[in-house]
Design a protein around this ligand. Structure first.
Ligand code: PGA
Length: 253
């Protein structure tokens, strides 16, 4: 049987309308026949085009952040209700770039996760350790803490509507990918930890992606690892040919 993979592109703050419209038209065609779940998270201003070109297609789409409040005096922020106006399937929450540059905390990550779930938008919860934390052998401790706090008040029945992404900070945008063994070790730990938190008997419903310099050359190596369910792809998703190679990866279970 073929492994069911999730390959989600994160545009970050890249590309503009003149690149994005042809990209959307093309990815829709390219993803038509893939058995994998393909998705892209675009900058807010382009969600209108994602809706126009990808709604009811094989390609999922969403945003890279949201605010946890319904509305109000929050200049520059975007609510879940606004994302629903564009039929967003998913939203990235707690990306390390947001934690590092915009003071995103475990508490705000948790509020955003709850808001996304109650708005029927799949949260992609990002966790990961820094290089220093890894050197100090604190990887599992840091990640357990991020997960426990992100999932506060999340009900067990909502777990199947959550996607997790293990993104070691030292591997993001650096070209320094975690080895498949390193990624597998942490992702299998994450699955076991969530099972323990919720007293689950099986890890079957838990989806965990790897993110950090995944590209068309190393994707198969990473994706064939038993616990890795897919990838959150930054740089390499900007080039649709490369992203196409990644999202057409086939792994036999
Ligand atoms: P990268 O980014 O693939 O460019 O390392 C991944 C991410 O930040 O989601």
């Amino acid at each position: 049987m073929e492994k069911e993979l999730y390959l989600i592109g994160n545009f970050k703050m890249n590309l503009t309308k003149s690149d994005i419209i042809p990209y959307l038209k093309k990815i829709k065609k390219m993803a038509k026949n893939t058995n994998n779940h393909v998705g892209i998270c675009v900058p807010y201003p382009y969600l209108c085009y994602a809706k126009k070109y990808l709604n009811h297609s094989n390609v999922l789409y969403g945003a890279q952040n949201l605010h946890y409040k319904e509305s109000g005096a929050f200049t520059g922020e975007v609510s879940a209700e606004m994302l629903n106006d564009f039929n967003c399937d998913m939203v990235i929450i707690g990306h390390s770039e947001r934690r590092n540059y915009y003071n995103e905390t475990d508490d705000s990550v948790n509020l955003k996760v709850l808001k996304a779930l109650s708005s029927n938008i799949v949260p992609i919860i990002c966790v990961g350790e820094s290089e220093l934390e890894r050197e100090k052998n604190e990887t599992f401790k840091v990640i357990d803490n991020q997960i426990k706090k992100a999932l506060k008040d999340v009900k067990v029945e909502d777990l199947s509507s959550v996607i997790f992404a293990y993104e070691p900070i030292w591997a993001i945008g650096t070209g320094k990918t975690a080895t498949s063994e390193q990624a597998e070790e942490v992702i299998s730990h994450i699955k076991k930890y969530i099972c323990k938190l919720y007293k689950l008997k099986s890890t079957d419903l838990i989806v965990v992606l790897y993110g950090g310099s995944m590209n068309e050359k190393n994707a198969t190596e990473l994706l064939k690892m038993p616990s890795i369910d897919g990838g959150l792809i930054g740089g390499a998703c900007l080039n649709l040919e490369k992203f196409g190679v990644i999202f057409n990866t086939k792994i036999n279970d």
